[in-house]
Design a protein around this ligand. Structure first.
Ligand code: PRT
Ligand code: ZN
Length: 303
C-alpha cells in the first residue's frame, strides 16, 4: 500500500468565502474585479463560475481553513485571525500545516488584543500571571502566553467575550478590536496586541500541479495587478522649472516626471506615484514650490 495520498485532479478551482458577515461583500467584490462571474445568486451555497472555471462555496468563516485542509476547497478568503487560530490549534494537536496565507487583501483590518478593566493599571505582560482570560482565540492566546512565560487560565468562549469580566467568568479578555467602541462600552481598555489581522487569500501549502495550479497563478497575478493599481496615483502640479528636481526628490517611489509645457513661467508636470501620499507630504510639496497640486486615482496603468 502506498504511503502517499494523492488528491484527485480537478480542472475547476473552488474558492470558499464567507456567506454573510464582514468579509462577504468585499471578498465577492475582489473576485468580481479579478474578472470572475457566477451563475447563482448570492444567497445560494454554491456559485458556478461562468467566465472562468472558478466556483464559489459560501460558508461560515470558521469553516474555511478546514475546507482547504480537507481539499474540499482550493482557496479561501478569511481573516488572518481565523486562519492563524486554526493553524496554531493544528500544531498544538501535532498535525501538519494544511494551509497558508498567500496574499493580504487590504480589508477586514482588526487587531487581536488583550483588554483589561478600565480601572486596572497595565504594568506589562507579567501582570497576567494567574488571571482568567476569556477568548474565542484559545490557540493564539496559549501560544502567546507560552512565549511570554505567563501562566494564566484560558476561558474559551464562542461569542460575547467582552461581557465575561462583568459576568465574573473571567478577569480580562483577548478579542478582536477595530474601533475600540465595544471595549469602551464594556468598561475595558486594550493594552497589548497579539496579532495584526486583515482578510487574506488562503491556499494550500503545496502548489497544485493540475489545471487548478494555473488558475491560482492567474488569480494571484490579477490580484497583484489590482493592488498595484490601487496604490498608484497620478500627481499633477505646476512649478518653476528650476524647482522640478527638488520637488520630485520629495516624492517617494515616483515614476519619471512628464513635462506638459510651460505657461506664465511655470511648468505643467505629472508623475506617477506608488504608495500613499499624505496631506502632510502634499503640503510640503506645495511649500517647496508647487502649485495647483492635484492627486488623481489611476484606473489602469501599463507604466
Ligand atoms: O457567520 P460567520 O461565522 O461567518 O461570521 P462571524 O460572525 O464569525 O464573523 P464576522 O463577520 O463578525 O467577522 C469576520 C471577520 O472580520 C473576522 O474574522 C475578522 O477577520 C474581521 N473583522 C474585522 C472583525 C472585526 N473587524 C470586528 N471588529 N471581526 C469581528 N469584530 C468584532 C469583535 O469581535 C468585537 O466584538 O467587532 C467587535 C469590536 O469592534 P469595535 O469596532 O467595537 O472595536
Ligand atoms: Zn465565524
Amino acid at each position: 500500500m502506498s504511503a502517499t495520498h494523492t488528491a484527485p485532479a480537478r480542472d475547476r478551482l473552488r474558492i470558499a468565502i464567507q456567506k454573510n458577515g464582514r468579509l462577504a461583500e468585499p471578498a465577492r467584490n475582489l473576485l468580481t474585479a479579478c474578472g470572475l462571474s457566477w451563475r447563482q445568486s448570492r444567497d445560494k451555497l454554491f456559485c458556478y463560475g461562468e467566465s472562468m472555471p472558478v466556483d464559489l462555496l459560501l460558508v461560515r468563516d470558521d469553516d474555511i481553513p478546514g475546507l482547504i485542509a480537507d481539499g474540499v476547497c482550493d482557496l479561501g478568503i478569511v481573516g488572518l485571525n481565523e486562519l492563524d487560530e486554526q493553524a496554531k490549534a493544528r500544531r498544538q494537536m501535532g498535525l501538519a500545516d494544511a494551509y497558508q496565507p498567500l496574499r493580504g487583501l487590504g480589508f477586514g483590518d482588526c487587531r487581536l488584543m488583550i483588554a483589561i478593566p478600565e480601572e486596572w493599571q497595565w504594568s506589562g505582560v507579567q501582570m497576567l500571571q494567574g488571571k482568567r482570560i476569556a477568548t474565542s482565540y484559545p490557540a493564539i492566546l496559549r501560544h502567546w502566553l507560552q512565549e511570554n512565560a505567563v501562566q494564566a487560565q484560558v476561558v474559551e468562549l464562542s461569542g460575547s467575550v467582552e461581557i465575561a469580566p462583568k459576568l465574573g467568568t473571567a478577569d480580562l479578555i483577548c478579542d478582536l478590536v477595530s474601533s475600540g467602541a465595544t471595549l469602551a462600552a464594556n468598561q475595558l481598555k486594550p493594552v497589548q496586541t497579539l496579532l495584526d489581522s486583515e482578510a487574506v487569500l488562503a491556499g494550500p501549502v503545496r502548489e497544485l500541479s493540475d489545471a487548478r495550479g494555473g488558475l491560482i497563478a492567474m488569480l494571484l497575478r490579477r490580484m497583484d495587478g489590482l493592488a498595484q493599481e490601487q496604490a498608484t496615483k497620478l500627481l499633477s502640479f505646476r512649478a518653476p522649472g528650476e524647482r522640478l528636481d527638488a520637488l520630485v526628490a520629495l516624492l517617494n517611489d515616483a515614476g519619471p516626471l512628464v513635462q506638459l509645457g510651460e505657461r506664465d513661467g511655470l511648468v505643467q508636470a505629472q508623475a506617477l506615484c506608488r504608495g500613499t501620499l499624505t496631506w502632510q507630504q502634499l503640503e510640503e510639496f506645495e511649500r517647496a514650490g508647487a502649485c495647483n497640486v492635484v492627486l488623481y486615482s489611476v484606473e489602469r496603468s501599463l507604466a
